[in-house]
Design a protein around this ligand. Structure first.
Ligand code: DAH
Length: 336
């Protein structure tokens, strides 16, 4: 072993640079590990001439210290630069940020609840078009030609047919026309609900909007009676609003039912004093309606109802303005 050998090693070690942890590991294996260059040289001291041992030991220890120091410095540098490049992206030790996954619209939630109540009572489901003709929306439902509901005030007329007014096209003003379509299509016993969107050309207030949702119901068979209708509605209300719900039924009028009723529930919110709110109309299917679809009113009877999904939802959640359903304001929606 010559002094110049050691000198050469010192230079090599001093000028070494590691780009990665792998480079550094190569360095460690080459110089510092048990079979590395430095331990190898240290082991040779014993075989060297006596007078050389002192300077060899001195030089080699210096070399060893240098290599160790180099190793530690490089390791620190590498770890630091790795950490700072992670920081630039994200702190991998943080828990993941929760993602907004959205939720069902409150109307959808109420509709799902209403459906499951009626499914349990043995009802099936049906639907019909939102763009209706005059015949299904009015005539077959026993609306006289001069009935105010046909007035431009209430109905969005889409197309007038001068030759045949029964073909006038309207945005359906209620889901009752689906009853007509269903009774023409199927034979009793019929027991179905018909949910859907309806449109009215009305002034917009906290309780009414130009479009809303209804769930129509129809039960037609031999011997269906008014007591069953009342019991169905009470049972519905208790399941959707809870047993303690305050409700009332009032006699009413619809061209397509006789007798007819309306049901109100007590509506109270944080911002509003309690008041009655109408949530549905119902009645025994009018004989003229049964005749219009080819059923004999002497043989068959039935009851029907039409419920307002928005108002039912307003009472369930204490919502004080129907317009909130259609604003798409996430501050409202994320509460459900
Ligand atoms: N169609 C009525 C409305 O929109 C509600 C209604 C009343 C539906 C009585 C019915 C019924 O089926 O029997 O106001």
């Amino acid at each position: 072993m010559k002094k110049s050998d050691i000198q050469e090693l010192i230079q090599k070690i001093e000028s070494f640079n590691a780009k990665s942890h792998e480079d550094l590991e190569q360095f460690r294996l080459k110089y510092l590990s048990r079979k590395g260059r430095i331990p190898e040289l240290l082991a040779k001291i014993g075989q060297a001439a006596k007078e050389d041992r002192a300077w060899m030991g001195q030089q080699l220890n210096k070399l060893k210290q240098l290599a160790n120091h180099k190793f530690e410095t490089l390791q620190e540098e590498l770890t630091e630069s790795q950490a700072s490049s992670f920081n630039a992206r994200e702190d991998i030790t943080l828990p993941p940020a929760a993602r907004d996954i959205g939720s069902y619209h409150p109307l959808t939630q109420t509709l799902q609840e209403m459906k499951s109540v009626f499914f349990r009572m043995g009802y099936t489901i049906a639907d019909g078009p939102e763009l209706e003709d005059d015949f299904h929306n009015f005539t077959a439902l026993n609306f006289p030609p001069e009935h105010p509901a046909r007035d431009m005030q209430d109905t969005f007329f889409i197309r007038k047919d001068e030759e045949n007014p029964a073909n006038d096209q309207v945005l359906r003003t209620h889901t009752s026309p689906v009853q007509i379509r269903l009774m023409k299509q199927e034979k009793p016993p019929i027991r179905a609900i018909m949910p859907g969107r309806v449109y009215r050309n009305e002034s917009i207030t906290a309780k009414s909007y130009c479009l809303f949702h209804q769930v129509e119901g129809l039960y037609v068979d031999k011997g269906v009676n008014f007591a069953e209708l009342k019991q169905t509605l009470i049972s519905f209300a208790e399941q959707v609003f809870g047993k303690g719900i305050k409700y009332r039924m009032r006699p009413s009028f619809f061209p397509f039912t006789e007798p007819s009723l309306e049901m109100d529930i007590w509506w109270e919110t944080e911002t509003r004093e309690g008041q009655w709110m109408e949530i549905l109309g119902a009645g025994m299917v009018h004989p003229n309606v049964l005749r219009a679809v080819g059923l004999d009113p002497e043989v068959y009877s039935g009851f029907a109802f039409g419920m307002g999904v928005e108002r039912i939802t307003m009472q369930r959640y204490g919502i004080d303005d129907i317009r909130l359903f259609y604003d798409n304001d996430v501050r409202f929606l994320e509460q459900f």
